[in-house]
Design a protein. Structure first.
Length: 87
């Protein structure tokens, strides 16, 4: 079930946490080095187990955050998305 997030912090506010995740995963080896990255306006994270999140951003008015977790029911996914706050 798609969920709309009405407010997503600007990419500049999310970048430090996303970079920290990518750097930490890269230390785990080659497979993990590609599981979190930011290439221009496209940012990706996956855990290797089917869970993933992507952020595509343009100007301040245009951002899309999408993800999938096959491990939890849609109701819990909606609650998690609403509680999302950057680190």
């Amino acid at each position: 079930m798609p969920t709309r997030i009405d407010h997503l912090p600007p990419p500049a506010d999310l970048a430090p946490a996303w970079s920290a995740i990518a750097a930490t995963l890269a230390t785990r080896g080659p497979r993990w080095a590609t599981s979190a990255f930011a290439r221009g306006a496209f940012w990706h994270h996956d855990d290797g187990g089917g869970n993933w999140a992507d952020l595509v951003h343009g100007d301040d008015a245009g951002r899309v955050f999408a993800g999938l977790t096959p491990d939890i029911d849609p109701t819990a996914a909606v609650a998690a998305a609403r509680a999302f706050r950057p680190v």
